[in-house]
Write a protein that binds this ligand. Structure first.
Ligand SMILES: Nc1ncnc2c1ncn2[C@@H]1O[C@H](COP(=O)(O)OP(=O)(O)OP(=O)(O)O)[C@@H](O)[C@H]1O
Ligand SMILES: [Mg+2]
Length: 227
């Protein structure tokens, strides 16, 4: 089943005088079973593509279909609901709220989506191995632990698609491998579609597909045998 369909995506930034053409006519179809690893040099447009495919930003030209409907046809409220309920986003720098505990950080995401369920909060914290640290504050945790909490937060509303922008970028190799295994299990066992941006070619072994960008264009799109 096609879950994300991007056709002719162009993204320009700038003003009347200077325009930067960041994405140049990208076509991409992502299946619900995909665990896509997006690679490419710094500045090639990976984060921009992720923001557009997730509906966080609108393309300058082209269309993005999410769950069979063009993002342009969602009104602001429906797009917000989509992002709260059906899409989880994991950032490179965790973005946890420092004066809330682990549990409260995860809880907030469910409250914002009007979807608070105490059992579910414990469930996702257990899934990422952080239930025993639920009363800790982010600054009491290692980077790897904070990223686990950020994953729990992305999962609390049980989204169908998870977007992750270099989630292992600030982690040592052991923690990075742990995070990749969590993502792979979410894809295989929990049937989540995963779109991951990564600098590290070594993480592609967890993915079943590699899309490579160069200068705003797709220069490679291949199937992989995931470990
Ligand atoms: N809001 C913006 N305004 C102007 N230019 C932007 C904006 N966001 C991104 N760009 C430009 O678009 C290009 C691609 O940026 P993007 O962040 O998508 O790259 P990336 O592949 O994610 O890079 P990195 O690996 O360093 O994270 C860069 O040249 C960047 O300067
Ligand atoms: Mg980036």
């Amino acid at each position: 089943m096609d879950r994300i369909v991007g056709v002719g995506i162009v993204k320009n930034y700038g003003n009347l005088k200077v325009t930067v053409n960041v994405l140049k006519n990208i076509d991409i179809i992502i299946d619900s079973h995909d665990f896509v690893g997006i690679t490419g040099a710094s500045g090639s447009g990976k984060t921009t593509l992720l923001y557009i495919l997730s509906g966080l930003e609108r393309p300058t030209e082209g269309t993005v279909n999410l769950f069979g409907k063009a993002t342009a046809d969602y009104n602001d409220r429906d797009l917000a609901l989509l992002r709260q309920r059906k899409i989880g986003f994991i950032f490179q720098f965790y973005n946890l709220i420092p004066n809330l505990t682990v549990r409260e950080n995860v809880e907030l995401a469910s409250v914002l989506a009007n979807n608070r369920d105490p059992k579910r909060i414990d469930e996702v914290l257990a899934m990422v191995g952080m239930l025993d640290r639920k009363d800790a504050f982010p600054n009491e945790l290692s980077g790897g632990m904070q990223q686990r909490v950020a994953i729990a937060r992305a999962l609390v509303n049980d989204p169908d698609i998870i977007f992750a922008d270099e989630p292992t970028g600030n982690l040592d190799s052991v923690n990075a491998a742990d995070i990749m295994e969590i993502l792979r299990d979410l894809n295989r066992l929990h049937e989540k579609t995963i779109v991951l941006v990564t600098h590290g070619e070594e993480f592609l072994k967890y993915c079943n597909r590699n899309v490579r960008l160069a200068d705003g264009k797709v220069v490679k799109d291949v199937r992989l045998d995931a470990v």
